[in-house]
Design a protein around this ligand. Structure first.
Ligand code: SF4
Length: 467
């Protein structure tokens, strides 16, 4: 699998069936131009935050446009997990020098906003709005202040006691709905900005999660993806005190819901009850994303990951013991300060043992407000690149073999993409594999179909519709 830097909104942006955005109620802009452009960088949490931000703006009478040129309000929902991601956003912001005066309102949302705060105004003086994710509920008021003539506004709360939820989330994917169940993170991985940018963990009550699931099912969604930075650290705040596994089972039982996914799981909080739930309930997808980050216990200690290589592999063994095969994917960081050649070998050997179906691998980059920022023994960039290539090569070999073994198998696929070529479709299996396939039937978008695999590639499968 290739290096993941940006994860933009699903390719289905623009297919509006099933969206639950409320009709416009008022015009939000004093200038009369109520257009906004919103671009998202980073993880699925950010993608879902953007859906909520879009919903709030649409509810205030704003109109979303597809190009920067057509927009008065230009918003970037940013990621700062790696230095590259932050640099990319600053280079985007640099382009606004060409717009005279106040022709556009430029806003920076998300993790970079939370991390850099008013320094963004220094570096990019044409930016007028800086707002972190804990302050999104105040976004309409902040924009109103700008429209009233305030030059610059900021929303940088560190913590809110409730997650930011809105009735008018504008979901981009008409089939799969993201649903945040826990915000923030109480872990303290030494390389990670999330505890700083998103604050401490706050879980939604199971009642509100189930109520939103029912609403989503009524709106036509059949697949739900529960989100959280550490989704399986979920703690029900209601008197029912449901465990995460119990919540999974109840969400899957909502009439109309056919698939339930969840991401991202933290290995420390990953228990057998989750595997048992997947085994017992067919609606729970047979895919688990369980980031390991390194195969070396020494590096894991330095990363403050709170588990050893052996403990992690015990969790993998537990997943492999399930009655139905469960696909497992992971994240890996190479080039962490002090990482030796032996540590890299341990990561490579962990890949061999874990037999992941996909890996997102990255080069470490020091981030502000993290404890690893000033660690000694930094690895030179060139060497990080070599290590990354080794990890990706090894994983590619594993995926070639694993995917080849699937030729001849049949998967149920939710069709969520169509090629320009007639009869060519794409979709995801419950195990989150991408299948490109041919079918003699038209109008398959949003349907569940059976697809037999005829060919394999390292990152996807090719097949034909079993009619
Ligand atoms: S578990 Fe670690 S890597 Fe994940 S969000 Fe929390 S601090 Fe970051």
């Amino acid at each position: 699998m290739t290096e993941r830097v940006d994860v933009h909104l699903d390719a289905l942006t623009g297919l509006n069936a099933g969206m639950n955005a409320r009709e416009s109620v008022s015009c939000g802009s004093a200038s009369g131009d109520n257009t906004f452009y919103l671009e998202t960088f980073g993880c699925q949490m950010n993608a879902h935050d953007s859906e909520k931000v879009a919903g709030v703006l649409l509810g205030r009478g704003y109109r979303q446009v597809e190009t920067i040129d057509a927009a008065r309000l230009v918003l970037y929902n940013t990621c700062s997990i790696r230095e590259k991601a932050a640099q990319k956003i600053y280079s985007r912001l640099g382009a606004y020098q060409k717009y005279p005066g106040d022709e556009k309102i430029i806003g920076v949302l998300g993790c970079l906003a939370q991390q850099e705060g008013e320094d963004i105004f220094e570096r990019s003086p044409w930016v007028r709005l800086v707002c972190g994710s804990a302050s999104y509920s105040k976004l309409p008021d902040l924009i109103e202040e700008l429209e009233r003539g305030n030059r610059r506004v900021m929303g940088l709360d560190k913590d809110t006691d409730a997650t930011f939820e809105t009735e008018i989330t504008r979901r981009d994917n008409p089939f799969r709905a993201y649903l945040t169940i826990i915000e923030g993170c109480d872990k303290a991985c030494s390389y990670c900005v999330v505890p700083f940018t998103r604050g401490p963990e706050r879980s939604r009550s199971s009642a509100s999660v189930l109520e939103e699931t029912r609403r989503l099912a009524d709106a036509g969604y059949s697949e739900i993806q529960l989100l959280g930075q550490t989704v399986n650290s979920y703690r029900d705040s209601s008197p029912r005190r449901m465990s995460f596994a119990e919540l999974l089972v109840e969400v899957a039982a909502v009439p109309g819901i056919r698939r339930v996914r969840f991401t991202t799981s933290h290995p420390r909080d990953f228990g057998r009850d989750i595997v048992e739930a997947i085994d017992a309930v067919p609606g729970l997808c047979d895919h688990i994303h369980l980031p390991v980050q390194s195969g070396s216990t020494r590096v894991l200690r330095s990363m403050l990951r709170t588990y050893t290589r052996e403990e992690y592999l015990e969790k993998i063994a537990m997943i492999r013991e399930a009655r139905r095969p469960i696909s497992v994917t992971s994240d890996i960081i190479v080039g962490f300060p002090g990482e030796t050649d032996e540590d890299v070998e341990e990561t490579l050997s962990l890949l061999d043992v874990a037999q992941y179906d996909g890996v997102y691998a990255f080069q470490y980059s020091p981030r502000p407000n993290t404890s690893a920022q000033h660690m000694p023994d930094a690895i030179p960039e060139e060497e990080k690149g070599r290590r990354l290539a080794r990890v990706l090569d090894r994983q590619r070999e594993i995926q070639i073999v694993r995917n080849e073994a699937l030729v001849g198998e049949t998967f149920e696929v939710l069709v969520d993409g169509a090629s320009r070529r007639a009869g060519q479709w794409a979709g995801h299996s419950s195990s989150n594999r991408i299948l490109n396939f041919t079918s003699p039937q038209p109008g398959l978008l949003g349907q569940y179909v059976q697809v037999r695999v005829t060919r394999s590639a390292p990152n996807s499968l090719v097949g034909e519709h079993v009619v």
